[in-house]
Design a protein around this ligand. Structure first.
Ligand code: SF4
Ligand code: SF4
Length: 132
């Protein structure tokens, strides 16, 4: 498994109506980050602030091009929803999404690859008690 190379495939795929935010996250944005809250409509993310229509691309996804290489970054990284923090969750998802963290050796031993992924993601996933 290699580090995330910011290919952006996950954000491009799931921000098209595939993301959810908790009511606690929405409350926090309402109080502290009105610029993010503007893209919430009736609990759904991400929506056009003027029309409330669901957006097909996350408004916070930033495209960076340098030396012919395109990378994507999150404009609200420290305040992004847990749904975004938790990705990737399973090797199967990564394969389906063509996540570029996957290497050939991961395809040869799913169980080991899942253990490696779980270790990598430990800090950004909620703890069992839901305290993180
Ligand atoms: S909020 Fe950030 S991590 Fe989540 S989809 Fe948008 S750009 Fe990606
Ligand atoms: S699809 Fe995988 S490699 Fe690409 S940005 Fe998402 S986590 Fe990183």
């Amino acid at each position: 498994m290699q580090p995330c190379n910011q290919c952006g495939k996950c954000c491009l795929k799931y921000a098209d109506g595939g993301l959810v935010a908790t009511s606690a996250e929405i409350d926090q944005w309402e109080n502290l980050r009105p610029d993010i809250y503007a893209y919430v409509h009736q609990g759904a993310i991400w929506c056009d602030p003027k029309t409330a229509a669901p957006l097909s691309v996350c408004p916070f996804l930033e495209k960076n091009q340098q030396a012919g290489i395109t990378q994507y970054s999150c404009g609200i990284y420290t305040d992004r929803p847990q749904d975004c923090r938790s990705y990737p969750v399973t090797i199967d998802d990564m394969i389906q999404d063509e996540c570029e963290m996957i290497e050939v050796k991961d395809l040869q031993d799913y169980a080991k690859a899942q253990q490696t992924l779980d270790r990598l993601m430990d800090a950004s996933r909620p703890s069992v008690g839901g305290n993180s």
